[in-house]
Design a protein around this ligand. Structure first.
Ligand code: SF4
Length: 373
């Protein structure tokens, strides 16, 4: 039966009854603090709940309130975000916190028009903060809620937000104003736990009587499955040690992985071997040649749109490296952890600290200990 105003009350009743029994006990569901809810909602965009929980806790230890976040240096903010990806989200949180402290006396505004002027407050984050923190009647459409509603309404097409303009008015029409926050949470939770992208658990679903995709047996093809092709990149880095310190450098403030720190190196160009790329990169970046550079290990890592085969070499240089001290630093291993790094570089640090056994390490840590001594 298509979702009508008449059937809406049973849709809502079924959904809320299911939610009260099956909802997960998540730390951001135990608070109405707008700052904490805002942080959780930003973290949850494009990141899974299990990955967010430890970051959410450590973030609030580092920045217990919005003033702490606004006053923090950017390096500390990016470091706290390390592992969540999409670092622009952390930068926007930081910039918005500064603006809220400056213009709103540290209180997150409770009006959509004010929120939308702040960095990072798109339609989703704005609706989530207004609904979940301030109890205002805004439907929240995240990827999970969107998938549920697309199936319930039988909206074919690819997984993207293009059909929110069809979903939004339906949700506005049936929205239970007095239990709006709970309704929003319930719809998102049902999408995460039952109405999953693959193998939706329709037999357990309280919305089954209302779901047109289920009625037509189309729940596996709505939304249309996307076949993602990863770009593969090979990159090389040189581990250079002097007086117990490693040379690391900061990426440019704009572009991919902006502002993060990494070991010197770069991408292998077409027609180059990895070793030729290492020689070229260190010559370009540090103005120096390499006398010896055995391969220590390969540290592959998948980012959202590409996969990097990152190869780390223990380098002895032919002379002293030349560099701009604003973008490069000699840092002790124990201090490197304070610098925000892309995940591949963080894995190399982990390896150097002896914390991680990489599967396909070549000569590995023993060789490094010998070379670096
Ligand atoms: S019946 Fe199946 S496809 Fe429809 S909302 Fe429930 S889990 Fe999703």
């Amino acid at each position: 039966m298509p979702l009508t105003l008449k059937s809406a009350s049973s849709f809502i009743r079924n959904l809320l009854a299911w939610y009260r029994i099956h909802k997960r006990d998540l730390p951001w569901r135990r608070t109405h603090d707008p700052y904490k809810i805002w942080v959780s909602e930003v973290m949850l965009q494009q990141t899974t709940v299990p990955a967010v929980v430890p970051h959410y806790k450590s973030w609030l230890d580092a920045f217990p309130d919005i003033g702490d976040l606004a006053r923090a240096p950017e390096r500390k903010v990016l470091k706290a975000w390390q592992g969540l990806g999409y670092y622009q989200r952390a930068r926007n949180l930081h910039r918005a916190a500064k603006s809220i402290v400056q213009h709103w006396n540290g209180k997150i505004p409770g009006h959509a028009s004010d929120l939308r002027k702040l960095p990072g407050f798109g339609p989703y984050t704005t609706a989530a903060v207004l609904s979940l923190a301030y109890g205002q009647p805004y439907p929240v459409i995240d990827a999970n809620a969107r998938r549920v509603m697309r199936r319930v309404l039988r909206l074919h097409g690819e997984a993207n937000s293009g059909q929110d303009k069809t979903i939004q008015p339906v949700l506005e029409k049936i929205f239970p104003v007095r239990r709006g926050a709970e309704f929003n949470q319930a719809l998102m939770e049902l999408g995460a736990l039952l109405c999953r992208s693959r193998n939706p658990r329709c037999a357990l679903c309280p919305l089954q009587p209302h779901c047109l995709a289920f009625a037509r047996g189309e729940q596996e093809v709505i939304p249309k499955p996307r076949f993602r092709s990863y770009r593969k990149i090979t990159a090389v880095v040189g581990l250079i040690k002097k007086d117990g310190r490693y040379l690391i450098q900061k990426r440019p403030d704009r572009g991919l992985l902006a502002g993060l720190w990494e070991f010197p190196g770069g991408k292998v160009k077409p027609g180059e071997t990895p070793r030729q790329a290492l020689v070229r990169e260190l010559r370009e970046e540090l103005g120096v040649g390499i006398s010896e550079a055995p391969l220590l290990g390969r540290f592959s890592h998948s980012y959202t749109r590409f996969r990097v085969d990152l190869r780390a070499y223990a380098c002895r240089l032919e002379g002293d490296p030349k560099f701009d001290s604003r973008a490069c630093r000699w840092v002790r291993l124990a201090e490197i952890a304070r610098y925000p790094m892309p995940s591949g570089s963080a894995r190399i640090v982990s390896f150097l600290m002896g914390r991680r056994t990489e599967k396909n390490n070549l000569p590995g840590r023993e060789l490094w200990a010998k070379l670096a001594s």
